[in-house]
Design a protein around this ligand. Structure first.
Ligand SMILES: [Zn+2]
Length: 476
């Protein structure tokens, strides 16, 4: 492979440039002529497809159905929920054409309002509840012109779930169930460890009663919000006229939840696991899990290719590709598959055929192993499982080592300066959080972890009584 086809900067020297090169050269995504937008290429979309398949199966078990709503939101819908409207107003993109009634239309920045208008007509009695709907769609938030592939762009893909319940208890329970499903997507599928908790008042979703979140910490010392699950309370039901006739024959306002994660998850996995050679993918989402590279010489070609086909057949439970291209050398191919993040490489040369053996090379560590060809299925399975686990463990160790617990402002500032994830006693007040953001040049509260140690003493900044331990960091 030519030098410029590889990654030309080191991860720890220029992370933004490194990250962008990994994504582009692994052909996950590309820049677009439209400012702030990105193109997701087949290699990247295949990862999204795996995330969708996994999550669809999980939420179907919870009784959630997929549906699709229009991407246009009438202006009047936004105005119904004041806090929601204000929260989104700076980033709403308006369509130039108006509808037949002269109404302005926005491209959806999120779909609460358009969906709840329908819900108000679909829900009549307690028999219609719970209503659980999810949609996979695109979202437009006109915020940045400078796209960070998968991490920040004006248009992105996501899922948004919107459920309606008779009682607050049911709503609370499922808000947490979804967050747990989210954790599985991110930790079990993408091998990225997260911290679960609640958002502070300042970071709460506009219009929600409370917001739960999962937060990851990236190797460049910035936190990344990976997904949120909100209890919306009864506010939206009130303004959208959603009510139901209860078993008591009286009219009631239902409780609602909404929850979402986006293609940003792909960016988090890429940044967490990849290295100076290129992409490292968790085997569970890798579009190709193992690539067979036959070492071809004219005389022994037939025997080697026959063996390669046999191995591929043996590995039919996995996604395996044989690289048959003859115009490239084996070394060139090795480099290319490393850049593209295929977890396992299987080399087969004439000597290997003679000895009934194969060479397995794992992408994450570069380690080589010679195995008996009869044991390839078991060996590859083990190797994929091991890579999945060890890249998670490595990321978990980084998260733990990056976390600093402090109880005073000096240490807080020092830790933020070193780009750490800081756990500090906090009063929970919005004003105090604004001040922290200002003084630190951009650190925000990430979450109030569910896993709380006992707290005593004062807020790290304002010296009022601390309410809870809270994570702070700079973030994407
Ligand atoms: Zn405070």
């Amino acid at each position: 492979m030519a030098k410029e086809d590889g990654i030309t900067v080191k991860k720890n020297e220029d992370m933004p440039e490194w990250y962008s090169q990994v994504i582009i050269k692994a052909e996950l995504a590309d820049y677009s002529p439209i400012k702030g937008c990105m193109v997701i290429r087949p290699n990247g979309y295949a990862i999204w497809q795996k995330i969708m398949d996994f999550f669809n199966e999980r939420i179907a078990k919870m009784g959630v159905s997929n549906a699709y709503f229009p991407m246009f939101i009438p202006e009047a819908f936004f105005k119904k929920e004041a806090e929601h409207a204000e929260g989104f107003s700076p980033e709403v993109a308006w369509v130039e054409k108006k509808d037949e009634e002269g109404q302005k239309l926005a491209l959806r920045p999120t779909s609460e309002t358009i969906m709840y208008d329908s819900y108000s007509r679909w829900i009549r009695s307690w028999r219609d509840l719970p209503l659980r709907i999810n949609q996979w769609c695109n979202i437009v938030r006109w915020e940045v012109s400078d796209v960070k592939l998968f991490l920040r762009s004006r248009e992105f893909l996501w899922q948004e779930g919107h459920c309606v319940y008779e009682t607050e208890q049911e709503c609370d329970k499922e808000v947490m169930m979804i967050l747990e499903e989210y954790r599985k997507v991110v930790e079990e599928l993408l091998a990225v460890p997260v911290i679960l908790g609640k958002k502070t008042e300042k970071e709460r979703f506009a219009g929600a009663k409370y917001t739960t979140t999962m937060e990851a910490f990236m190797p460049d010392g910035k936190a990344l919000q990976m997904g949120t699950s909100h209890n919306l309370g009864q506010g939206f039901a009130k303004v959208f006229g959603i009510s139901f006739l209860g078993k008591d024959e009286k009219s009631h306002l239902p409780w609602q939840s909404s929850w979402g994660f986006s293609t940003r998850l792909i960016g988090a996995a890429v940044m967490t696991h990849s290295d100076d050679k290129g992409l490292v993918l968790p085997p569970r989402v890798a579009p190709i899990q193992a690539v067979i590279v036959p070492i071809i010489f004219e005389k022994t070609k037939d025997a080697v290719l026959k063996e390669a086909e046999k191995v591929k057949k043996e590995l039919h439970d996995f996604e395996v590709k044989i690289d048959l291209r003859e115009e490239y050398s084996p070394g060139w191919k090795f480099n290319e598959w490393e850049v593209k993040g295929v977890p396992v490489r299987i080399e087969i040369g004439p000597k290997d055929v003679e000895k009934k053996q194969l060479v397995l090379v794992r992408r994450d560590t570069g380690e080589k192993k010679i195995i008996k060809d009869s044991e390839v299925k078991m060996e590859v399975k083990q190797l994929l499982d091991d890579i999945q686990k060890s890249i998670y463990d490595k990321a978990k160790k980084f998260l733990e080592e990056s976390t600093v617990k402090v109880d005073n402002w000096d240490d807080f500032m020092k830790a933020i300066g070193k780009r750490k994830l800081v756990l500090a006693p906090f009063c929970g007040e919005e004003e105090c959080e604004d001040w922290i953001k200002d003084k630190t040049g951009g650190a925000t509260s990430r979450c109030i972890p569910f896993n709380q140690e006992k707290i005593a003493g004062n807020c790290v900044q304002c010296k009022n009584k601390a309410k809870f331990w809270t994570y702070f960091a700079k973030n994407y």
